[in-house]
Ligand binder design. Structure first.
Ligand code: HEC
Ligand code: HEC
Length: 343
């Protein structure tokens, strides 16, 4: 091939890889925190990440996949589990959070122990209570498998299968999961109008909740103490575990409230099963301690009608397009051993 044509082709391929058309940020949303230039999104990498996410090969005994604890129909939280269950039925320390809109997130885990999405997957893979596998052993299992060498080749142009490639691919799948199409979003885009009940709930939400659960992501990405009584057995002091600062005691990452209808049980330890219990907490059970966030110093007073209205608003954050989007679901096109449901 002529030298000029050859370099033109290389340039084209490079350009195709750098383009980031795959990730579309909704208009008026903040800039994503993830640096896509360091891990440019491609269809092949997202697909590889999706297969890995659903494959129990990631665990020592091939029983647990990421999806065992993060299932799509509960917005990628753990179906009805207060504390997550992992390998050998071991019980974890915390409630599995939802996984979507992670491209905007700066800190991961309830206490922010991880500050880069590419490092996140290492934690569950190596955690003896979750998947209990080493990256070295995992990559060697992937190299010997009948499907991965070719999936990695298509994604990265070589089939050597490194630890970094594995983690970057899983990140890409997680980055591709966006929830921005709830009834609330249609209202913001003036495509539907709220009922008077939802409207009133939205007003109450802005009055009492939105300094922490800030629109459009429904989190201010900060660590706050929302007045929960610490569990005497778990003794989880949240952010303080990471910073060692007493001023961070009992502070946890403010979770998004999108898809809250499906992501129960609630809070870092899954202590509440219903939204009504959450509202009872905010109105009558706030524990006043040194680190309580100042917004909660004055009691939140809500009549029972107002609680119903506020709940109606919270239900407008359910995004069925996201919950049933087959781009995020089990990759049937690639044969995998069926993941054992963890109990
Ligand atoms: C045994 C259950 C379990 C498995 C398996 C599991 N996770 Fe998790 N995941 C959790 C729990 C529990 C947390 C919260 C832990 C904490 O805050 O200390 C979490 C947190 C996360 C977070 C942080 C989300 C946030 O908003 O902070 C991401 C991302 C994540 N998991 C992705 C994955 C991926 C990818 C896999 C597979 C490689 C995986 N998880 C496997 C239970 C699990
Ligand atoms: C001072 C900040 C702050 C305010 C104000 C606040 N929250 Fe929260 N919220 C948090 C934090 C932090 C958590 C996680 C706490 C934990 O798990 O330890 C949380 C958790 C939740 C959860 C559980 C989410 C999940 O995925 O588990 C719901 C639901 C919720 N809040 C609703 C509300 C509502 C409704 C209001 C207004 C009445 C409100 N919050 C006001 C900080 C706040």
């Amino acid at each position: 091939m002529n030298k000029t044509i050859l370099s033109f082709c290389i340039l084209l391929t490079a350009f195709a890889n750098v383009k980031n058309d795959l990730f579309i940020s909704p208009p008026d949303w903040p800039k994503p925190a993830y640096e896509f230039s360091k891990n440019p999104m491609t269809i092949e990498k997202v697909f590889l990440g999706r297969v890995l996410f659903y494959d129990p090969i990631l665990s020592r005994d091939h029983t647990i996949s990421c999806a065992s604890c993060h299932s799509q129909y509960t917005a990628f939280a753990h179906v009805d589990h207060a504390l997550s269950h992992g390998i050998d039925n071991k019980i974890g320390m915390r409630n599995a959070p939802v996984l979507f809109n992670l491209a905007w997130q700066q800190n991961f885990m309830w206490d922010g122990a991880i500050n880069h999405l590419d490092n996140q997957s290492l934690a569950p893979i190596s955690n003896p209570l979750e998947m209990d596998e080493t990256m070295q052993h995992l990559t060697s299992k992937l190299r010997q498998s009948s499907i991965y060498p070719s999936l990695f080749y298509h994604a990265f142009g070589d089939s050597s299968i490194s630890k970094e490639q594995t983690l970057m691919a899983i990140s890409q799948f997680m980055l591709s999961i966006v929830s921005s199409d709830a009834r609330y979003d249609s209202m913001i885009r003036h495509q539907v109008s709220f009922t008077s009940q939802e409207e009133n709930g939205y007003r109450l939400f802005k009055q009492h909740c939105s300094t922490c659960h800030t629109e459009p992501l429904f989190t201010n990405q900060q660590f706050e103490n929302n007045g929960l009584i610490p569990d005497s057995i778990l003794r989880d002091y949240g952010r303080m575990k990471v910073t060692m600062l007493p001023s961070d005691s009992l502070k946890f990452k403010v979770p998004t409230l999108r898809n809250i209808e499906f992501s129960y049980p609630y809070m870092h330890d899954g202590r509440f099963k219903r939204l009504s219990e959450v509202l009872t907490h905010y109105t009558t059970e706030i524990q006043h301690g040194k680190t309580l966030s100042k917004q909660l110093n004055t009691p939140i007073l809500l009549s029972s009608n107002e609680k119903v209205d506020l709940t109606a608003f919270l239900l407008t954050l359910t995004d069925r397009h996201f919950l049933f989007n087959t781009d995020y679901s089990y990759p049937k096109e690639v044969l995998l051993p069926s993941p054992k449901e963890s109990k």
